[in-house]
Write a protein that binds this ligand. Structure first.
Ligand code: GLC
Ligand code: GLC
Length: 540
């Protein structure tokens, strides 16, 4: 996934990056929202002013269609956002509402009196508590309070009004006509509101998505939906259904990879994989390490409690660890949206900076740098092998560090997510085949992972079986297809670990094999040695 401007300047600039993407084995490219949006602040494009017009700085709709066609010929499907929970306050519908047209005021949630918003507000959470309090915004132009779950310029659509569904169904099929293969359904949890509830993950939200899915099946049946629900794992699972979203982000795997890296303990990760990774046929996870958003610690408190971990305290620890406050931390992350009432916050930072590369480089710690490179690759190796589609956040392939320049731009300064939205770097790209550089090592390793994935059909299997080991820092899982078995064994500790022969034989299910990444043989009657943050992918 990438920002068009930050990765390649324009749509047509993307075409020039195809050879680069091919080296990485990319077949699916999510372009961050490229629609017309307010000039000053647009929440990274998630405040859409027109689903039929592009941000002119990136090129025209015709350019996008051209690019989609060129990508299609090169075996790459394009993914675009369907931002259907809200529009920007500059969308034609919002402007008509501002002019007092009742028909369009009904497209949104508007209240004459603040008192009418209070019973709703009582149960809502603040998504961006550092930016503003509450979910409603006073608009002097219409003298009304408008429902704005995210920023005050993002107006929530009112799906109780059937005209909204019909209009948005038109935008959906319009996007399919542009050559988009997959729609990322943004903020699915919030689309239905019901007094007396927290207005997240309500049954009617599922009904709305099913209705959109039905439209797609009839009008553009090759279009797939991907759900973006960063919520409790039980709620995430409910959106994944052939009648709803075939694909879903896997925020649980993402958060628990970072949790395992911080604690040097893979128990919670292994526990959740065993408990929650399975999906019904035809659906798949989108497994990722980083994306354009913050990291929230979305593991289930019940899962943590099963391992004797207190969820609240653990999140406090993880936040201190990743913001760099915890003594001995390897990470240099940035705090996001601290909420003094709940004590909650989330974490920003590039994968490389969070994994320890930035600190080790700045503090000249040679051994730590080596471990940090291995840690970054360990996380990505899990994302590339756990069942589903792996997502590469562009910039991570050359281990790009935090981008602090955002602080100097007033449009970005108050949103620390920009720290991990890097600009394309000619310098790092030029190092990508130089194994003596960090960028080169990471680029080559990720390209190799993509190659072995493509060459071995066993990677296409969604289900994994987690193999318990007596070593808390070790994660082991396997998948099988037609007599072939792929076993991942990874060590989250910052010291080497050696599996005894009994454990080795059990982890490999008695089948000797070869590491797909190094070609090294792994017999079952020898110890299996793992470096600090080392990982092997044994094919038997
Ligand atoms: C999604 C996007 C996020 C945005 C929000 C509001 O969650 O990923 O970047 O802030 O929706 O549109
Ligand atoms: C919250 C929302 C998610 C959004 C994120 C942006 O976690 O649930 O949809 O992407 O905030 O920070």
């Amino acid at each position: 996934m990438a920002y068009v401007d930050r990765f390649a300047g324009t749509f047509r600039g993307l075409e020039a990056r195809i050879p680069y993407l091919k080296e990485l084995g990319i077949t699916y490219l999510h372009l961050m929202p490229f629609f017309l949006a307010p000039e000053k602040e647009s929440d990274g494009g998630y405040a859409v002013s027109s689903y039929r017009d592009t941000n002119p700085a990136l090129g025209s709709m015709a350019d996008l269609e051209h690019t989609a066609e060129v990508f299609e010929k090169n075996g790459v499907g394009l993914v675009a956002d369907f931002v259907f929970n809200h529009t920007s306050d500059e969308h034609a519908w919002a402007k008509a509402a501002q002019k007092g047209q009742a028909e369009f005021q009904d497209y949104y949630w508007m209240f004459d009196d603040q008192a009418d918003t209070l019973p709703w507000q009582a149960n809502l959470r603040d998504i961006f508590p550092e930016t503003r309090k509450g979910s409603f915004t006073w608009r002097p132009d219409v003298k009304k309070w408008v429902w704005t779950t995210f920023n005050s310029f993002q107006w929530d659509l009112n799906y109780r009004n059937p005209a909204v569904f019909a209009a948005m169904a038109g935008e959906l099929t319009g996007l399919a006509n542009r050559g988009i293969s997959i729609l990322r359904l943004d903020a699915v949890a919030f689309v239905w509101k019901q007094l007396g509830t927290n207005c997240e993950n309500l049954p009617q939200a599922h009904t709305i998505i099913r209705a959109f899915q039905s439209v797609a099946r009839l009008a553009c049946p090759s279009l797939l939906f991907k759900s973006e629900a960063i919520v409790h794992p039980d709620d995430i699972a409910k959106y994944i259904d052939l009648r709803e979203c075939q694909l879903s982000y896997n925020p649980l795997l993402m958060a628990e990879l970072w949790e395992a890296a911080a604690t040097k303990n893979a128990s919670l990760l292994a526990h959740s994989m065993a408990k929650r990774h399975a999906l019904s046929p035809g659906n798949a996870w989108i497994n990722y390490v980083r994306c354009h958003d913050d990291i929230g610690w979305t593991f289930a408190d019940e899962d943590a409690a099963e391992l004797g971990i207190n969820g609240y305290d653990h999140r406090q620890f993880l936040n201190r660890f990743y913001t760099g406050e915890f003594p001995g931390t390897f990470s240099r992350g940035v705090s996001f949206q601290y909420n003094p009432i709940t004590g909650d916050r989330r974490i920003c930072g590039s994968a490389a900076s969070l994994a320890g590369l930035e600190r080790a480089r700045v503090e000249h710690l040679k051994d730590d740098l080596e471990t940090a490179v291995k840690r970054l690759l360990l996380l990505y190796t899990v994302a590339y092998t756990a069942g589903g589609i792996p997502l590469l956040y562009l910039g991570d392939e050359v281990a790009v560090e935090n981008w602090y320049a955002y602080e100097k731009d007033p449009a970005m300064a108050s949103d620390s997510r920009w720290v991990h939205r890097p600009l394309w770097s000619d310098e790092l790209a030029a190092q990508r085949h130089d194994g003596k550089t960090v960028a080169g090592r990471v680029f080559e390793a990720l390209s190799l992972l993509a190659r072995v994935r493509r060459e071995n059909p066993v990677f296409g299997v969604q289900a994994v079986s987690v193999v318990p080991t007596p070593f808390p820092s070790v994660l082991a899982y396997a998948k099988e297809l037609k007599g072939r078995r792929m076993t991942l064994v990874g060590n989250f500790a910052d010291h080497p670990v050696s599996l005894d022969t009994d454990t080795t034989a059990r982890v490999l299910a008695g089948k000797p094999g070869k590491d797909l990444l190094t070609g090294r043989a792994y017999p079952i009657d020898k110890k299996l040695d793992l470096a600090a943050c080392g990982v092997v992918l044994v094919l038997s």
